[in-house]
Design a protein around this ligand. Sequence first.
Ligand code: AMP
Length: 289
Amino acid sequence: MLIFKKVDDLQAWLKAETRDKGKGGSEGRKIGFAPTMGALHEGHLELVRMAKRDGCLTVASIFVNPTQFNDPKDLEKYPRLPEKDTALLISADCDALFMPSVEEVYPPGIDLTIQLDFRQLEKVMEGVFRPGHFKGMATVVHRLIDIVKPQRLYMGQKDFQQLSIVRDMINQLHLPVELVMCPTVRESDGLAMSSRNLRLSTEMRSAAPVIHQTLQWAKLEFPSRPATEIQTEAMRRLQAAGLNPEYFDIVDGVTLLPVEHWNDSDFIVACTAAFAGEVRLIDNLVLKS
Ligand code: AMP
């Protein structure tokens, strides 16, 4: 696996790899790209493996994007494990790792902020509790797409609202890239894998699987009960387990607007965010598709 820190070096390599004619090389090969913030786990590696299975020249990036953190403490405490991450990506047979500096992604003096209106997609759920987060996320994903120019972009279902916003950005800007969704990879007790899990105390680590259990409970109950009832009970269950939930919403999987009854939509997702001690965890489950 090659490691690049500079945009120019990565682009020169990608250009050579994708035009390499007659050498049994990667002519015509699509670029598959998996952007991450590092502290990698099986969820991230699955994105890389999917891209490899799809036959892509596979690029992963590690960049802890300062513009998507609304809490400076969260940014400071975000785990950074470059050596371990590199070894994991090699084990997943990733072709290239892009690990740029902040200046490389955001050249001084140039404002690359995305000015799109994501309408209700950025206003609900995470949008309520993390103002500015999605603008920062969309900006960095746009910038990274512009650098890597992938034909396929691999992102996880675990960040369902993020995926909806990236899909909307791709549509609004007519970006020539296909968004590929990777199902959420979980620990054996159901906890969604997350870089933030590393920061859980022993006590909170044993409490955290209640998030997935509550989502599964909601999936069983929702066909016969209104969403508002399920939400109230779900919040109570999370609190009873010692977590501090911010929201538990049942929404339309396309518009992200609230759904009250099972028959109101064909694609329904339950999404939740809860603090486990100081660590904020998010998860979701498709209730109907
Ligand atoms: P992050 O490093 O947390 O920004 O995540 C980078 C990418 O990995 C995003 O597309 C996430 O949705 C995806 N991802 C994170 N955790 C998981 C997981 N447990 N399963 C699948 N994909 C994940």
